[in-house]
Design a protein around this ligand. Structure first.
Ligand code: 5GP
Ligand code: ZN
Length: 112
């Protein structure tokens, strides 16, 4: 998608601090971190949000990618949170599917 900022990050057309990458996804640091550790995992293939994720194999790879990223980021000891904001009520602002990987502090519940 020509005007999608996360597609541009996946294509390396705009810079990002990439932590992990494979054929299906890229993990990079959030530009406006909400926790001491805050990364985003995106599929390289553009889809607007998780409601468009129809491919079970890809879904598994993305989820396992989040866990692999959490391990690489040192989040296994104390834990972490995965968040997928979806559409308006979910608080989504960038319409390219992304998983937030948040850690480094205790997270409250319920979320705001
Ligand atoms: P959402 O609100 O859609 O769930 O989350 C979008 C996230 O993308 C936000 O946490 C925001 O800080 C992050 N973000 C938006 N634009 C950029 C960018 O250009 N680079 C990076 N690294 N993160 C971005
Ligand atoms: Zn995109």
């Amino acid at each position: 998608m020509a005007e999608c900022i996360f597609c541009k990050i996946a294509e390396k057309k705009i810079p990002a601090q990439i932590e992990l990458e494979d054929d299906d996804f890229v993990v990079f640091k959030d530009i406006n971190p909400q926790a001491p550790v805050h990364y985003l995992l995106i599929p390289k293939k553009h889809m607007q949000d998780i409601t468009e994720l129809q491919d079970e194999k890809l879904a598994g790879r993305l989820l396992m990618g989040c866990v692999a990223a959490a391990q690489k980021l040192g989040l296994f000891t104390h834990g972490f949170r995965l968040v997928v904001n979806t559409k308006n009520h979910g608080g989504q602002t960038v319409y390219h599917l992304h998983f937030h990987i948040l850690g480094g502090r205790h997270m409250g519940w319920p979320p705001g």
